[in-house]
Design a protein around this ligand. Structure first.
Ligand code: 5GP
Ligand code: ZN
Length: 108
């Protein structure tokens, strides 16, 4: 079932992850295979398959994800040095986990 995806399992506490932040809507944890010294995933708690599946009603969650990413960059001390925020969209865009997530990469 799609709602039992890897990130839903992390959200539900059924799969371990190095969680750095969570609130009602968003969870942030370390990427298991980091591509940068700091590589975090900002994930909505509700299952949304991909950026392509966003609706007008999802505007708030996308905004929250970006704001929480920015705050996390400050907390991780990479705000001034700089960082990347990345959405991989669908297979051709490199998406392998089909639960919306925003990559935060930095610390070089
Ligand atoms: P995508 O390529 O779909 O944009 O990114 C998925 C990311 O999730 C990858 O960077 C991958 O390393 C990470 N990932 C996949 N499975 C797990 C997992 O079980 N735990 C954590 N923490 N990260 C994962
Ligand atoms: Zn999911």
């Amino acid at each position: 079932m799609e709602t039992r995806c890897t990130f839903c399992q992390i959200v539900q506490g059924e799969k371990p992850a190095q969680i750095l932040y969570q609130d009602e809507n968003v969870i942030i944890f370390k990427d298991i295979h980091p591509h940068a010294p700091i590589h975090l995933l900002i994930v909505p708690k509700n299952h949304i398959r991909s950026l392509n599946d966003l609706t007008e009603q999802d505007q708030n969650i996308v905004c929250e994800m970006i704001l929480r990413a920015r705050e996390m960059a400050v907390k991780q001390g990479i705000s001034k040095s700089g960082y990347k925020l990345l959405f991989n969209v669908e297979r051709g865009g490199g998406q392998v986990i089909f639960h919306l997530h925003l990559h935060l990469l930095g610390g070089w």
